[in-house]
Design a protein around this ligand. Structure first.
Ligand SMILES: [Zn+2]
Length: 74
């Protein structure tokens, strides 16, 4: 199983770099965005996966569990 995990992680990164959700391949530019902090926006996909959109680098990354928790507490 470790081999499969090692293959999936880079593949997910490729999809995020292409601005697509790795879970459902929806374009993240179409996902709902909510203000998170001055530099970034919380992006929530239709499949409920959460991403952080970074304005300065104009890129997406997966939200960490802590970031997701902090966002839902607001
Ligand atoms: Zn998705």
């Amino acid at each position: 199983m470790a081999v499969i995990k090692n293959l999936i992680a880079p593949f997910q990164k490729v999809l995020i770099n292409k601005r697509l959700c790795p879970g459902c391949t929806m374009p993240l530019d179409k996902a709902k965005k909510f203000p998170y902090n001055p530099e970034s926006e919380m992006t929530i996909c239709q499949c409920r996966r959460m991403y952080i959109y970074d304005r300065s680098s104009d890129s997406y990354r997966r939200a960490t569990l802590k970031e997701a928790e902090m966002f839902s507490k607001k």
